[in-house]
Ligand binder design. Structure first.
Ligand code: XMP
Length: 511
């Protein structure tokens, strides 16, 4: 990497990925690494600054995580947040105690001295606290810089040593000046230049990919989702027609998706994109199958077979593209080992493709950076802001057997729902929203006639990582328009219900 780097050492706090994202949003690259990294490793990594995250432990428990003490002697600026703040005080000779009362939520803190962190910030502002321990005495050579009425050492540090501790969480939006404080640390203390931009990243990656791939062959499974689309576009920018993409049209996509993928990537960007028409094959295999896991297994297995058939036509390739992104890398535990998502619909590909190496052009990027990269590469919003879609696609949004008629009804209903959410300007606030066709028929009356048709359910959730989710409070008038349009415009649907279950206990998808 040619850009400057900050090291975020992970003590297990709930906001750790958020800290890393904030740093990157301030145009400084950073990596989230385990907190027990040795000082020599840190030196070799050559960061311009180090951030210690929060964590659930108490520093005075002998077993709680520490950093290598030699780290403080490297002359690299350090910022400790919450547990990280307490750890600095504890390891450098200050004192940390259990506070009389825990502090959670908003507090107003006031700077009592000027320092590099306070530059340009108001004297008092609201911050977000979440702690039970706090620093009661700062180490020698350090000063108390800010406090709240109940937390006497809210910020401490030394401009000379370039080491600071902040008890609150500057990374959360409720800390009004949190971003400005982080920016001061990065730019005033660490000397950041702000060289982490998507424009630079594209230039850097295109150079690296070109160097690595040369005139060898690359193969990519294009799902139409954001990650594979952006990965393929970046590689295409670097190696042009040495990249071949395969899009498996299994007939289970949402309305217009296959057409859009072909229009954007083959016709628009001139990519070497092969569409494998397998609609009949998939529908045939799914005929008579109602059990969700069985449907998933059939689709997964057929997908791999179709891809394998197409890959064989292309012959041996040197590289297979994998859309791994940075959170997958972090979740692998070690920060650097390769991960192949098992649930992902291209996860089984490496075993059937004749290739020499996996190429992962997005493994340094968070999801929001992947989207920004997509925009930088000129991809349309419809691709860049596409919601996550499960590998088995509409097959797990059709309860029971997948039939052509149910697919058609669902596609139209889903399209209307998405159109109305977009018209209401809600699409970037909702994590995922889609229609489901239930296996339930109810009686209705349409134009003086009795009908006996399917119930359509609408599902919309807010979420950060899909591990937990809450049902989205979509305004009633938007739901009303969707309901009215679906029952008027879509055949075989006479009743609409809205799913008001969070995850847990439900899951986001219905199957
Ligand atoms: P659930 O339904 O488990 O979904 O709450 C969590 C997230 O994962 C997506 N999902 C999948 N993605 N292959 C995928 O690539 C799958 O088989 C699959 N199943 C669920 C789902 O859309 C949601 O975003």
């Amino acid at each position: 990497m040619r850009h400057q780097k900050v090291l975020v050492l992970d003590f297990g706090g709930q906001y750790n990925q958020l800290i890393a994202r904030r740093v990157r949003d301030l145009n400084v690259y950073c990596d989230l690494m385990p907190c027990d990294m040795a000082a020599e490793e840190v030196e070799a990594y050559a960061p311009i600054g180090i951030i210690f995250t929060g964590g659930p432990n108490s520093v005075y428990d002998a077993a709680s995580p520490r950093v290598d003490p030699a780290l403080f002697k490297l002359g690299i600026p350090v910022l400790g947040i919450c547990y990280g703040c307490q750890l600095i005080a504890h390891m450098l000779g200050g004192a940390v105690e259990h506070a009389a009362a825990s502090e959670y939520g908003r507090r107003t803190f006031t700077f009592s001295a000027d320092c590099e962190l306070s530059f340009g910030l108001p004297k008092s502002s609201v911050c977000w606290m979440s702690h039970t321990d706090h620093v009661t005495r700062v180490p020698e050579g350090f000063s108390v810089l800010a406090s709240t009425p109940s937390c006497p050492v809210t910020v401490f540090g030394s401009d000379e040593k370039k080491i600071y501790g902040v008890q609150f969480h500057p990374e959360v939006v409720h800390s009004e000046c949190g971003n400005a404080l982080l920016k001061n640390f990065l730019y005033r203390v660490c000397g950041a230049k702000g060289d982490w931009t998507m424009k630079n990243y594209v230039a850097e990656q295109v150079g690296r990919i070109r160097e690595k791939v040369g005139d060898k062959k690359v193969l990519c499974a294009m799902s139409g989702g954001v990650d594979s689309a952006v990965a393929a576009t970046l590689i295409h920018r670097a190696v042009g027609n040495n990249l071949t993409c395969v899009f498996v049209d299994h007939g289970l996509h949402r309305k217009n998706e296959p057409e859009e993928v072909m229009a954007v990537f083959r016709d628009g960007l001139g990519m070497n994109l092969v569409k494998a028409d397998a609609q009949e094959l998939f529908l045939g295999k799914l005929a008579g199958v109602a059990e969700p896991e069985q449907k998933r297994k059939i689709i997964g297995a057929e997908f791999i077979k179709v891809f394998e058939r197409e890959a064989k036509k292309i012959g041996a390739v040197d590289f297979l593209v994998q859309g791994t992104i940075y959170p997958d890398v972090i979740e692998s535990g070690k920060g650097k080992s390769a991960v192949i998502k098992s649930h992902h619909n291209v996860g089984g590909l490496p075993s059937v493709v004749d290739f020499k190496e996996i190429i992962e052009p997005l493994r340094d990027l968070f999801k929001d950076e992947v989207r920004r990269l997509g925009t930088e590469l000129g991809l349309p919003d419809a691709i860049v802001w596409r919601q996550p879609c499960p590998g088995p696609a509409l097959a797990i949004r059709i309860m029971g057997e997948v039939t052509r008629q149910k697919l058609e009804t669902l596609r139209e209903a889903d399209w209307i729902f998405r159109e109305e959410v977009a018209k209401a300007g809600l699409e970037k606030q909702i994590w995922q929203y889609f229609a489901v066709i239930t296996d339930c028929k109810t009686v209705g009356v349409q134009g003086d006639f009795r009908t006996y048709e399917n119930v359509i359910a609408l599902r919309a959730v807010t979420s950060v990582d899909a591990m937990t989710a809450d049902w989205a409070r979509i305004p009633f008038d938007v739901l009303e328009r969707v309901s009215s349009r679906i029952t008027n415009e879509v055949p075989h649907a006479n009743r609409i219900v809205y799913d008001i279950t969070s995850k847990p206990p439900a899951t986001i998808e219905w199957e």
